[in-house]
Ligand binder design. Structure first.
Ligand SMILES: Cc1cc2nc3c(=O)[nH]c(=O)nc-3n(C[C@H](O)[C@H](O)[C@H](O)COP(=O)(O)OP(=O)(O)OC[C@H]3O[C@@H](n4cnc5c(N)ncnc54)[C@H](O)[C@@H]3O)c2cc1C
Ligand SMILES: NC(=O)c1ccc[n+]([C@@H]2O[C@H](COP(=O)([O-])OP(=O)(O)OC[C@H]3O[C@@H](n4cnc5c(N)ncnc54)[C@H](O)[C@@H]3O)[C@@H](O)[C@H]2O)c1
Length: 463
């Protein structure tokens, strides 16, 4: 009898990601008996194959770039730098392991939490199977994340994903990257700076299509200046291994058949949610057309007692949005029940160098909103601190609602852009009039000190 073997918990969390781990600890603090199920390494994508390892590589790549760029700042470098991917990987692995260990320790230190290794799938809406174990709860929290989406046409080829590329110990000689968006571009610059020849193939007409075309063109300029080859408008891609050490990608551009060859191929064509692994149909869960688990603004699914948090609900695709889902959940369970998804202002950074920090609407989205808009843009080349650093590529721009005077969106593409964007974001969360920020006195010499000047340049813009 299955019921004899059922282990009952106050809550089951599936996935030890950016929402699952803090939620397990929060529930345990309230004396709930919690099971957390994880099929792979603790910490999920961000810790193991996403933010932490990639940003460790970005730092190594920046060091290689800084040496190559040193003569521009009056520093003579005797010979070209030697890149040791094995050591770069070792440093990255150490950072990843530290995070994993921290998570393992915090979960193990809580007697209320049972860690269960394996893939969970639904039996029905209150029971999950993990190997031969059956777990039961009336509160189930799904934090199953996403994985690399592989398009058709690559069945006959050895390819890398964000996971396997981080295991390489030898630098790819000629790296082809399919997908010119966040993942593809970060890896493109990392490996180019470390010494690979890099080509990016993107299906769309321009890179990072979620951004304004102006931003996309500036990003392309930065990458091309570093001799990264970018091909947009590449359709019907197909991959083939010619020999074991070579890969060919054929595609159509402007109606013509073309081919390129490389030693390695990275596929970075988006993510697909891991909801399918859960056998959601057994619980009757609503899954949308793109595979995400449908939730309302309180993260409730269509089944009472089942909630979905993080990348798998399709409401955010970042570590901070997954963590915010945890915060919402905690407030809904134990707090004032006031926090919802509706409060969130979209923000993120693209970690090429210089980084692109983004908050709120793009200019195209703002124009579509039909609001009366004020807009200003300033090139980084006019900003003293950027000139002093010798890093003048990029821009700062801001969009304001002319009626409410509130900031609707901002982009800072340039040195420190990932941090500077926080100033706009704070004003947006505080619902400040742009005039308050315009009258603020900021520290000299910083890029931020030009935000008041940027706001003084606001002008009406047509929709
Ligand atoms: C290369 C790359 C770089 C990134 N860089 C950034 C960045 O700089 N900044 C940023 O904010 N975001 C970044 N992201 C996105 C970020 O990593 C994710 O948004 C975030 O990790 C999502 O967290 P999550 O908790 O939703 O899911 P995850 O962290 O993916 O956790 C889900 C966990 O669930 C487990 N799981 C899945 N199905 C089951 C099952 N059936 N049973 C048991 N366990 C299961 C998985 O093994 C996984 O450990 C990056 C992503 C990638 C791929
Ligand atoms: N800095 C960050 O915060 C960061 C970094 C990396 C990833 N991420 C997260 O990971 C998510 C996924 O990133 P991503 O870059 O893989 O996906 P994406 O969905 O942003 O972009 C995928 C790109 O691949 C292209 N593409 C799709 N199929 C193709 C094909 N067959 N041939 C050629 N091009 C094709 C698309 O046109 C698109 O430009 C992002 O939405 C982001 O949330 C965040």
């Amino acid at each position: 009898m299955i019921e004899d073997r059922v282990e009952t918990f106050d809550a089951i969390i599936v996935g030890s990601g950016q929402a699952g781990n803090p939620l397990a600890l929060a529930l345990a603090k309230e004396k709930w008996k919690v099971a957390i199920v994880e099929k792979a390494a603790l910490g999920g994508t961000c810790v193991n194959t996403g933010c932490t390892p990639t940003k460790a590589y970005v730092a190594s790549a920046r060091a290689a770039w800084a040496i190559a760029n040193a003569p521009n700042l009056g520093i003579e470098v005797p010979k070209s730098p030697k890149v040791n991917l094995k050591s770069i990987k070792k440093r990255k692995d150490k950072l990843v392991n530290q995070s994993r260990l921290g998570i393992r320790k915090s979960l193990a230190d809580s007697p209320q939490v049972t860690m269960i290794r394996g893939t969970a799938s639904f039996i029905d809406k209150t029971r999950l199977k993990v190997g031969s174990r059956v777990l039961k709860s009336y509160k189930i929290f799904l934090n199953v994340g996403a994985r690399a989406r592989i398009p058709e046409g690559f069945e006959d080829v050895d390819y890398l994903t964000n996971t396997s590329i981080l295991q390489l110990e030898k630098l790819p000689e000629r790296l082809i990257i399919i997908g010119g968006s966040y993942i593809g571009l970060e890896f493109a610059q990392i490996f180019k700076r470390l010494g690979s020849k890099v080509t990016v193939l993107e299906m769309g007409d321009y890179l990072i299509s979620k951004e304004d075309q102006h931003t996309s063109e500036q990003v392309r300029e930065v990458l091309e200046k570093e001799s990264i080859k970018v091909i947009c408008g590449a359709h019907c891609l197909k991959g083939k291994n010619k020999k074991s050490d070579s890969v060919t990608v054929s595609f159509q551009k402007d109606g013509k058949d073309q081919k390129i060859s490389g030693t390695h191929l990275l596929i970075a064509t988006g993510r697909m949610p891991n909801s399918d692994l859960l056998k959601p149909e057994k619980a009757g869960l609503d899954i949308n057309k793109r595979g995400f688990i449908d939730v309302n603004s309180k993260l409730e699914t269509n089944i009472e007692g089942i909630f979905a948090l993080g990348d798998c609900n399709g409401k955010g695709a970042f570590t901070h949005t997954a963590y915010n889902d945890y915060e919402i959940m905690e407030d809904q369970l134990f707090g004032e029940k006031k926090r919802t998804l509706d409060d969130r202002i979209i923000n993120y950074a693209l970690y090429i160098d210089p980084p692109l920090g983004r908050a709120g609407m793009t200019l195209s989205q703002a124009k579509e909103s039909g609001k009366n808009l004020l807009f200003a843009r300033m090139p980084m080349s006019e900003i003293s601190r950027a000139k002093e650093k010798g890093e003048t590529q990029g821009k700062m721009e801001v969009i304001v609602d002319a009626e409410t005077e509130q900031i609707l969106g901002a982009a800072v593409f340039g040195t420190g852009g990932d941090e500077i964007i926080g100033t706009f974001l704070t004003a947006m969360y505080g619902k400040l009039s742009y005039k308050t920020l315009m009258k603020s006195v900021q520290t000299h010499p910083t890029v931020t000190e030009l935000i008041p000047t940027l706001l003084q340049q606001l002008k009406p813009i047509k929709n």
